[in-house]
Design a protein around this ligand. Structure first.
Ligand code: ATP
Length: 622
């Protein structure tokens, strides 16, 4: 392959200069095999409830996008544009109160758009940009290329493709500025939108859907973006997008237009035919008027009955015939021919790339990391100073032993709260990026989970180490430090696993935070900390076996008090306070291994549960 003979430096490759590679591999607009998208009888009904009637959102919608064409879906707000695009892209299906039926075909093969193989063959740019805040446009596009292009694609090809994509989208000047968010200033809204488009175009798709790609762009950027879409279509792709009031110059550059009105197709055909079609029906486009504005204005100002009488809302007269059975060759992105059979990267590489991205994210998000470590430092110092040298005191006094027990409980609770909280909000915050990347086949749920686990393990290990070193030595604990640290680390990891499971079940970070007490308080109540376990009503006592805190507490109590307890734990002497602590927390030194086993199992259980929740939620998308 020509890429082997590269003699340029790594820096040159990254900048994409002076690298002689076969153009088809590195050209974002390389020719591809298109698909003729045809749909008919697309219906979406919102079932009524609480006395409300059913509502038709899409009513026998039909249309088509031939290869090499750009087709715009226009219409007043609420006309059903996004709903149609979502049905065709497999992002909306029958669920809850929404009922969807559709006959969708690619080259006359019947396709089920929600099928993951079909969804993965569609490049979709959503209305809201969901890019990693700390990544730069170059990194975002390169990340997408690395994960989605065939594994035989060389590093040089990936970099040059990225470079050319940045150039085509006019992103060269901001290529190395972070994307940013409302809180952290980064690239502009228009640049963000173009980056989102670049992330999708990098796969050289044969089918491209975009939901309002020009929203929020100035007129120059909008024209520039539409020119890019025209180039993608010219390469062979079928390009379908919704758009709000395009300027005449942009409108006239499209090949086809679908005008939606109240869930129905008011016009469907070429842009060049629009003036004649509206003129013949008594609504000629005034001279020097933007045709897009005019047709939307007609749709808004006239009633459906008037428009119907005038001859709008054409029925689907096409004779589509029976559809063919779906052929495997139809799915897959429109990649360069000899790379089509080549698989994308595997789970290990996906995980590695995700971990590397997360490490960069941590580096650029240093204040967040510093805050977590600072919190551990503060809590460790506070707890350690309040319980200063308490662990070294003689255990012949009930109040001393109670304080020593209290010190253990304090460290356990501190570790749980400080680690569960960030993981609880992590997923709801990352959700849009994860869903976009997952639904566009960047990586599997397993890879995502493995990468999150690696990063959380790293941060938690350091955070808990700071907390443990301070509390252990300031308090003067008597048990071994290794067991002290490992048990608290295991509890924190179980806490993060539970946090991830709860976080994956909620959409809103605020709601996730509100669930924190529900995760922590029952654990404290059932662990035998404030109330003797024998005093808890019998029918509720079993609940303590469900919580990681119970087992971590037992390990630490054994570690700290085993040496001072008598051998007769079943009938401890009332003045043998160490034995009493062991007895009340059900801590049997002979069963320490069991506590470790359950701690690890709970961690595994909640991680697997979280993964399952995510798998179910991710495939549904909405
Ligand atoms: N899942 C849903 N539940 C309830 N109503 C829905 C749902 N999906 C769509 N709708 C309703 O269907 C109508 C069409 O929505 P859609 O988003 O498709 O319109 P649109 O033409 O894209 O509008 P806009 O240009 O304002 O984005 C709206 O009234 C919307 O409230």
């Amino acid at each position: 392959m020509a890429a082997m003979s590269i003699t340029t430096t790594e820096n040159d490759i990254e900048k994409g200069v002076s690298v002689s590679l076969p153009k088809s591999f590195t050209d974002p607009f390389a020719p591809r095999e298109g698909r003729t998208l045809v749909w008919t009888d697309v219906n979406m009904v919102l079932k009524g409830h609480g006395g409300l009637p059913d509502r038709t959102i899409l009513d026998h919608v039909w249309g088509e996008v031939p290869p090499q064409q750009t087709v715009a879906i226009l219409g007043p707000s609420g006309a059903g544009k996004t709903s149609l695009l979502n049905v065709l892209a497999g992002r909306s299906s029958t669920h809850g109160r929404i009922h969807v039926t559709a006959d969708v075909r690619w080259n006359n093969y019947a396709v089920e758009p929600t099928d993951m193989n079909i969804r993965h063959s569609i490049a979709f740019v959503a209305q809201e940009d969901s890019l990693q805040v700390t990544a730069t446009p170059r990194e975002a596009i390169l990340f997408s290329a690395k994960l989605r292009l065939p594994r035989s694609t060389t590093n040089a090809e990936l970099h040059q493709l990225t470079y050319r994509m940045l150039e085509e989208l006019g992103l060269t000047n901001c290529a190395d500025t972070i994307v940013g968010s409302e809180l952290v200033k980064g690239i502009s809204g228009g640049e963000r939108k173009r980056t989102s488009v670049g992330v999708e175009l990098v796969t050289r798709p044969a089918v491209l859907f975009l939901d309002e790609p020009t929203s929020g762009l100035d007129s120059f950027s909008a024209v520039q973006l539409c020119q890019v879409l025209k180039k993608v279509a010219a390469a062979g792709a079928s390009v379908l997008f919704t758009i709000h009031q395009p300027a005449s110059e942009i409108f006239n550059s499209f090949d086809g237009v679908i005008l939606m009105n109240q869930g129905r197709v008011m016009y469907q055909g070429s842009v060049s035919n629009v003036p004649a079609y509206f003129g013949q029906r008594g609504y000629p486009i005034p001279v020097n008027h933007n045709p897009a504005d005019w047709i939307i204005n007609v749709a808004q100002s006239a009633t459906v009955a008037e428009l119907q009488t005038a001859g709008f809302f054409p029925n689907d007269e096409r004779k589509l015939g029976d559809s063919l059975e779906l052929d495997d060759k139809l799915t897959g992105l429109g990649l360069v021919a000899d790379r089509k059979t080549d698989k994308p990267v595997g789970v290990a590489t996906q995980t590695q790339l995700l971990v590397l991205r997360e490490l960069v994210n941590l580096k650029r998000n240093a204040p967040v990391l510093r805050a977590r470590l600072g919190l551990a430092l503060f809590m460790g110092l506070l707890g350690g100073i309040i319980f200063l040298n308490v662990g070294e005191k003689a255990r012949d006094n009930f109040l001393v032993v109670q304080s020593q027990f209290g010190a253990i409980v304090m460290v356990l609770i501190m570790s749980m709260v400080s680690t569960a909280m960030p993981t609880l909000v992590a997923f709801p915050q990352e959700r849009p990026v994860f869903l976009r990347e997952y639904s566009t086949n960047h990586y599997s749920v397993v890879s995502y989970f493995m990468s999150r686990l690696a990063i959380e393990t790293l941060i938690t290990a350091v955070q808990i180490f700071v907390l443990c070193v301070l509390t252990y030595y300031l308090i003067g604990m008597q048990g071994g430090f290794g067991i002290f640290y490992t048990a608290i680390f295991a509890l924190a990891m179980s806490g993060t696993a539970l946090g991830v499971a709860v976080g994956c079940s909620t959409v809103d970070p605020k709601m996730a935070i509100e669930l924190l007490p529900v995760m922590i308080v029952p654990q404290i109540l059932f662990a035998g900390i404030f109330v003797q376990i024998d005093l808890i009503p019998k029918f509720l006592r079993w609940a303590r076996y469900l919580f990681a805190l119970t087992y971590a507490l037992r390990v630490l109590v054994i570690n700290e008090f085993e040496d001072c307890a008598s051998d007769e734990l079943s009938q401890p002497n009332p003045l043998d306070y160490c034995s009493l602590v062991l007895e009340n927390t059900d801590s049997d030194p002979d069963e320490t291994w069991w506590n470790w086993l359950v701690l690890v199992s709970l961690f595994g259980f909640f991680r697997l549960l979280a993964m399952r929740i995510l798998q179910v939620k991710a495939t549904r998308y909405y």
